[in-house]
Ligand binder design. Structure first.
Ligand code: NAD
Ligand code: UDP
Length: 312
């Protein structure tokens, strides 16, 4: 049997590079497409000499012509700091990126997986959030470029499925952390760890009572690969995340405990439209993918802290 040719857009990013590692280990022929907007060659350096790994520097806003059997579409900045730097470009990446990868799937007959997000639920009015919840999203705020871009991408996936019979899988990812997050990424887990290791103040936005549910990267990648290889006809959307829910203040305290840092907690303004709570209902993932996370927050943080300690 020939190796599967698998295209990963955003493959030099945090999740993408961890996915490329997994796909190579599973014996696939991997094509990584990335414009290095937030990703880095350092994340894939160890794969560059492998004959079954190719890197193409390319912007998904432009069409791409390759032959492949599966497509994972991850290209899009995911950190609020980065997706708000050039919001128009973020929306373009989500929407044109969806058009171009779906067009490729239509031509090649490849199965295609979209990495959607819990952000499509906005500031949710129910907790936990099941896939049936339609969300509470501001269309005109600073987070809208990302939230609405991802919502339209979901719409495009389902329209290509209905209209052209494209074989789609849609995954709604909740906050995920782990090795290969960029030092300057700006998301909460990497910020707190880097601040704690450097002995700098830990910046809590708002009063720290807002909650998030943190999934370790290895669990997330397992869920992603299971979804890609799930039964014909199962499209999702499906939530993938860890239902353990923590306040941001609790997260800061755990990071201080695990690093042994003397850093102090300081409070900064809460960003506009920052969701107050987030926790996945993973009933569907359990049923369809036989998936649930296995790595507890403290254990995942220990590995992530070790990664950043080495880097610093
Ligand atoms: P990341 O920023 O580390 O990775 C994104 C990658 O996409 C980077 O390598 C970047 O250079 C690349 N990219 C951005 N715009 C591009 C473009 N126009 N053309 C080509 N490449 C481009 O973020 P991540 O955490 O690895 O997220 C990966 C995907 O998962 C994103 O689509 C994100 O929305 C989604 N997601 C992630 C999380 C999470 O907690 N990590 C949560 C929800 C959804
Ligand atoms: N946050 C914080 N300090 C930081 C970075 C983030 O308190 O240095 C908060 C942020 O306001 C949000 C939560 O942590 O309530 C998660 O933020 P992140 O940027 O990781 O992702 P989000 O879930 O908001 O997309």
């Amino acid at each position: 049997m020939r190796r599967k040719r698998v295209l990963v857009t955003g493959g030099a990013g945090f999740l993408g590079s961890n996915l490329c590692d997994r796909l190579i280990a599973d014996g696939n022929d991997v094509i990584c497409v990335d414009n290095l907007f937030t990703g880095s060659k350092d994340n894939i350096r160890h794969l560059l000499g492998n004959p079954y790994f190719e890197f193409i520097r390319h912007d998904v806003i432009q069409p791409i012509f390759v032959e492949c059997d599966q497509i994972y579409n991850l290209a899009c900045p995911a950190s609020p700091l980065w997706y708000q730097k050039d919001p128009i470009y973020t929306t373009k990446t989500s929407i044109y990126g969806a058009f171009n990868t779906l067009g490729l799937a239509k031509r090649t007959g490849a199965r295609i997986l979209q990495t959607s997000t819990s952000e499509i639920y906005g500031d949710p009015e129910c907790n936990p959030q099941p896939e049936s919840y339609r969300g509470c999203v501001n269309t005109i705020g600073p987070r809208s470029c990302y939230d609405e871009g991802k919502r339209v991408a979901e719409t495009l996936f389902f329209d290509y499925h209905r209209q052209h019979n494209v074989d789609i899988k849609v995954m709604r990812i909740f906050n995920t952390y782990g090795p290969r997050m960029d030092i300057g990424d700006g998301r909460v887990v990497s910020n707190f760890i880097v601040q704690a290791l450097k002995g700098e103040d830990i910046t809590i936005y708002g009063d720290g009572s807002q909650t998030r549910s943190f999934c370790y990267v290895d669990d997330l990648i397992e869920g992603m690969v299971r979804l890609m290889n799930s039964r014909d006809g199962f499209t999702g959307p499906v939530n993938i995340g860890n239902p353990g829910e923590f306040t941001i203040k609790e997260l800061a305290e755990i990071v201080i405990e695990l690093t042994g840092s003397e850093s102090k907690l300081v409070y900064r303004d809460l960003p506009v439209d920052d969701p107050t709570q987030r926790r996945p209902d993973i009933t569907l993932a359990k049923k369809e993918l036989n998936w649930e996370p296995t790595v507890h927050l403290k254990k995942g943080l220990v590995s992530t802290i070790a990664y950043f300690r080495e880097l610093l």
